[in-house]
Design a protein around this ligand. Structure first.
Ligand SMILES: C[S@@+](CC[C@H](N)C(=O)[O-])C[C@H]1O[C@@H](n2cnc3c(N)ncnc32)[C@H](O)[C@@H]1O
Length: 290
């Protein structure tokens, strides 16, 4: 079920009942070579073929998609959690990254959002749309002009218009996606050419709700997983990786993977900060801004 909650100004979708039903928008769900789709240009009446946005191959095995807690995600997130999921160091690194990459006046989607925004407060964007699983959390988020609630493990298609957004953000949540290939293809569809998708994460997680490929992975493996999510969709630029690791208990810039370090990290008791990882790619090309 999809719920649209408009805040002051009416935006899209123009008709909430107008669900996109055409499977051709997410054309390829099998690990085969991409099918080609035909795009007709109305301006010059020429047609050209493009496989951009198609899923070239599946990254995860069926086993890799499983969760320890297989009950409904909607139920798991039914009660609002008015907490922050990462520490201040992580958040300020992320906000600096947004300040650098996201331009004023942009239209932005904060995918898998909550009651907090990590966007720089002083920057004015045209519109910020939020998505998540808990309406109470999203309603409290001061940066959102709109939000919608949708379980992306049930359905990966949104009502957002193709090519309508300058940026999509996904913060400390990618580990919960069981169909990441389809979600990344959907993000590709809604981005404008040159639009950016920024996926950031740390080492914290709701363990029972993370997919097994993430739970069982190393920090390096998790970064590579997100890189592959981008690479499996035709048309994203080569993903860029940003890491900022704490000088924590391990003392060598590496995260402390011992059970003690993990528990301390979970409680936010380690010196330094939560490790920061971001994987970034653009739709079709990376624009050069003055
Ligand atoms: C750890 S919180 C991160 C929230 C936010 N991005 C932040 O930085 O505070 C994980 C978020 O993922 C969203 N989420 C988890 N499973 C989901 C699913 N199956 N479909 C859509 N959203 C989901 C939840 O709404 C939750 O807010």
């Amino acid at each position: 079920m999809l719920t649209i909650h408009p805040n002051p100004i009416s935006w899209y979708p123009s008709s909430p009942t107008q669900l996109r039903t055409s499977p051709s928008r997410l054309p390829c769900t099998t690990p085969t070579l991409p099918a080609t789709v035909t795009i007709t240009s109305s301006s010059n009446n020429q047609s050209k073929t493009s496989s951009a946005g198609n899923i070239k191959r599946l990254v995860l095995t069926e086993d890799g998609r499983t969760k320890l807690n297989a009950y409904s995600d909607r139920e798991f997130y039914a009660y609002p959690r008015f907490v922050t999921h990462v520490d201040n160091g992580f958040i300020s690194t992320l906000t600096d990254l947004y300040r650098e990459r996201l331009k004023p006046g942009w239209e932005i989607l904060d995918l898998m959002s909550s009651w907090v925004s990590h966007l720089p407060k002083e920057v004015v964007y045209k519109r910020v749309v939020g998505h998540g699983l808990n309406a109470q959390e999203l309603a409290k988020n001061p940066r959102l002009d709109y939000f919608f609630v949708k379980d992306l493990n049930q359905d990966q298609e949104t009502e957002l218009e193709s090519g309508s957004l300058d940026a999509v953000l996904c913060t400390v949540s990618v580990q919960y996606l069981q169909q990441p290939e389809k979600v990344f293809a959907e993000v590709f569809r809604v981005l404008k050419p040159g639009g950016v998708f920024i996926v950031s994460f740390s080492n914290r997680l709701f363990y029972e709700k993370a997919i097994s490929a993430w739970r069982d992975g190393t920090a390096y493996g998790r970064v590579q997983l997100v890189v592959q999510y981008f690479q499996c969709v035709e048309g994203f630029t080569q993903p860029e990786i940003i890491r900022k690791l704490p000088t924590g208990a391990a003392g060598n810039g590496q995260e402390d993977r011992s059970p003690f370090g993990w528990v301390m990290g979970l409680l936010g008791l380690l010196s330094g900060s939560d490790p920061f990882y971001a994987v970034i790619a653009y739709k079709n090309f990376k624009p050069v801004y003055e």
